[in-house]
Structures are given as C-alpha cells and as structure tokens.
Design a protein around this ligand. Structure first.
Ligand code: FPP
Length: 248
C-alpha cells in the first residue's frame, strides 16, 4: 500500500523533527469566557479575535506555513440574529484593522466555505482582502466562513460528477487526489495538527476529509485565553507524537 500523499510529501513522516506545516483551530469557548465574567457574548468574541491575532503571529514565528481558523460554521446561522450581526461586525472590524499589517507581514488570506451568503459589504470586504494578499508567500491564514465539511465534500462530489457527465473524466478515474483537488483546501498544505479549545472533544463538521491523518489536540483553555504560549505548547506535543500513517 503506498503512503498517503500527505505522508509522501514530508521528508520526515515520523514527525520527529517536524513543525506542522498546517495547523487548524476550532476556536471554542468565547461565550463561556464572557459568561464567567458577567459580560455579553460579543465581549468573548472580541477577545477571541484578539487571541486569533496573537496565535497567527506565534504560528508565523514558529514556521507554520498555514493556519486555518474556524470563524463561522454553517451551523452558526442558528444563533440569534443579534449574535450573528455581532460576529459580522467583528469580521468587518478585524479585516479593516488588520489587513494592512497582514499584508505587510506577507500573509496570504484564503477563505474556505461559502461566504457569499454573508452580508454584501462583508462578503465584498473579504473578497478584496483575499485579492490584495493573493501574492503573499510568507504564510497563509485560511479563515473558515459559513464552512461545513460535509457541504464542502458535497460540492466537490458535484463538481467531479459534472466533469464526468460532460465526458471530461471517467468515473473510475476519480481518486483521492482528484477529490482533494476539488475541496476548498485544494491549495493548502496537508493538515498536520487540529486543535480544539474549551474542553469539547469533537470535530463539529470541521475539515473531516483533511483530518484523516492529522494529530488532534484538545485543550480545556477557553479560546480568548489561548495565546502564543498555548500554541507553542501544542507544537511541542505535536513534535512528541509518532505519526505512522497506518504503517508500523
Ligand atoms: C466559538 O465560541 C466561537 C465562534 C462561534 C466564533 C469564533 C469567532 C471569533 C474568535 C472572532 C472572530 C474571528 C476572526 C478571525 C475575525 P462559542 O460562542 O461557541 O463559545 P461557547 O461554546 O462558550 O458558547
């Protein structure tokens, strides 16, 4: 059995020397952080955006190539309208305040998920930020917006089914690489490490395909309290893990 593509691409698939190329984070616990302080939930999200800024910097300094943050899931539409508006406002503010420094620092912004469902001005701001930073090479920040992994896989299946229906490919040709090439993450490095904060131990429809061989780290820290030191501690844990990709 050949090693999966993600293992083949790495010089050291045991992970012994590795800084993960791609780290993804489920940033959970903003609401509980705020509640514990008697603050409105939006205060937790605001502090969460601050944590995202710190963690992005620490990831870049550690040599991580790509950081993917789960900022808005396709299930988040079930939250009260006021909270959705707060999250949109925060995204607007974050892009306005951070875009120039992201660009200066060579960060490329990528979006996964379907953010066209967002308020028009937010969707446009996001598109402009993606276009402005498209040529940056130092690091990629991928933000998951209106993202759900099952919907992503459905979109990939539909795209490949369409190509088969028009005779561009034969159904039997469809393999793992082709599916990977049709996912939103197609131009991101293979996912090495997935972190979830706040003590919840599940994937919640995040990067289900991509997490197949990722190391998983669950921490009790609430997202607004997660900082550069917490990320560095997770990177140390990652380094100690032995990655076998199904081998011995
Ligand atoms: C989960 O906490 C967090 C979210 C649903 C939103 C994450 C958004 C941010 C961190 C701010 C915006 C980020 C960027 C990159 C602009 P929760 O509300 O589910 O917390 P709870 O489980 O304690 O209620």
């Amino acid at each position: 059995m050949p090693a999966p593509a993600s293992a083949k691409e790495r010089p050291d698939s045991t992970g012994a020397s590795a800084v993960p190329r791609h780290v993804a984070i489920i940033m959970d616990g903003n609401g509980r952080w705020a509640k514990a302080r008697g603050l409105p939930r939006v205060a937790g999200h605001r502090e969460g955006a601050e944590a995202a800024r710190k963690v992005l910097r620490a990831a870049g300094e550690a040599g991580v190539e790509c950081l993917t943050l789960y900022a808005f899931s396709s299930e988040n539409w079930r939250r009260p309208e006021a909270e959705i508006n707060d999250l949109m406002g925060l995204l607007r503010f974050y892009i306005g305040a951070e875009l120039n420094s992201l660009h200066r620092e060579g960060v490329r912004l990528r979006i996964i998920g379907d953010h066209s469902a967002f308020q028009t001005d937010v969707a446009r701001l996001v598109d402009d930020a993606v276009a402005k930073t498209a040529g940056n090479r130092r690091m990629t920040l991928a933000v998951a917006l209106n993202y759900g992994a099952r919907a992503e896989i459905v979109r990939a299946a539909q795209a490949l089914a369409h190509r088969a229906a028009v005779g561009e490919i034969a159904p039997a040709q469809i393999d793992e690489a082709m599916i990977e090439g049709a996912l939103d993450t197609r131009d991101l490095p293979p996912l090495d490490l997935l972190i979830r904060t706040s003590g919840e131990v599940r994937l919640s429809n995040f990067l289900l395909w991509q997490a197949a061989y990722a190391e998983l780290i669950f921490v009790d820290t609430l997202w607004p309290d997660f900082d550069g030191d917490c990320l560095r501690a997770a990177l140390v844990q990652f380094k100690a893990r032995e990655r076998r990709y199904g081998g011995l």
